[in-house]
Ligand binder design. Structure first.
Ligand SMILES: [Zn+2]
Length: 273
């Protein structure tokens, strides 16, 4: 690519992308502007379809929401977090949130774009997670959704595959190129959500916003540290799935420890109310 083409491409990319930040500024101080080229509505509808499929498959294996007490507990914890999302972005309070538990040995959890949460029973059981620790991990996953990290990753991946001109056609016209790119986007679909790991930057943002969200919901911020320590201790010959995308390293734990005092007042006042 020539310099001129690179400059043109970058100019187009920035004109196309809504280089806004998805969340409002808050105590955690996350305000990076983001590359969000694909429309939010498209990402949400792809996610909803994938989530529905996951629920169907889990149900057919008799693995969906089998332990009522466990499901009630996860939903109670999640609902406390969801009640606070408006602080970060008011529109998220109106998302069609869903919370389910899949019976599985996997130590894992995720929140898909648009607020579709899944917690694996293995995470709760193997970590012997306290309510505060579950609040920390679900808060972290919700933070990824609030920041639309999935949409960011899919936007970047689609540009890499079809180029900015392809995206421009897709978003601007109804021609042949647009249709072809549309097909490509649909084919990539949500597989990308799972296939592409969050970047380190995105992980740090989810840690920060997740910690604040959990504190506002009345979960002890120290639990984020013990959660990651427990997660790290699960290593060994067969480390948990969650660790492959979420390294529980010393720097992550150190950052969480450093941020905890900032959000502690939020936790204290949430406990009083
Ligand atoms: Zn994460």
């Amino acid at each position: 690519m020539t310099i001129k083409n690179i400059v043109l491409t970058l100019a187009m990319a920035s004109a196309l992308a809504s280089c806004a930040t998805t969340t409002q500024d808050s105590v955690s101080g996350v305000n990076r502007s983001q590359f969000l080229l694909l429309p939010e509505s498209q990402i949400t509808s792809m996610s909803n379809a994938a989530y529905l499929q996951t629920l169907k498959e889990a149900d057919s294996k008799k693995a969906l929401n089998v332990d009522k007490a466990q499901v009630d507990r996860v939903r109670r914890i999640s609902n406390r977090l969801i009640a606070q999302v408006g602080i970060f972005r008011p529109d998220a309070a109106k998302w069609n949130w869903e919370v389910n538990v899949e019976k599985s040995d996997q130590v894992n959890a995720y929140c898909m774009p648009g607020g579709k949460i899944m917690v694996y029973s293995g995470l709760i059981e193997k970590l012997n997670a306290t309510d505060d620790e579950l609040g920390a991990v679900i808060g972290h996953e919700i933070a990824h959704a609030l920041r639309e990290h999935g949409r960011e990753r899919m936007s970047t991946a689609l540009v890499q595959q079809v180029g900015v001109a392809g995206i421009a056609a897709y978003l601007g016209t109804k021609g042949e190129t647009a249709a072809a790119v549309g097909t490509q986007a649909a084919a990539m679909g949500t597989s990308l959500f799972f296939a592409l790991p969050n970047s380190r930057k995105q992980e740090t943002e989810a840690d920060k916003i997740g910690l604040e969200l959990a504190a506002r919901a009345g979960f002890n911020p120290d639990a984020a540290v013990t959660l990651w320590q427990k997660m790290g201790a699960q290593g060994g010959s067969k480390p948990p799935e969650f660790l492959s995308t979420h390294p529980a390293n010393e720097s992550r734990i150190a950052e969480l420890k450093a941020l905890a005092p900032k959000v502690r007042p939020l936790y204290e006042s949430a406990k009083k109310s």
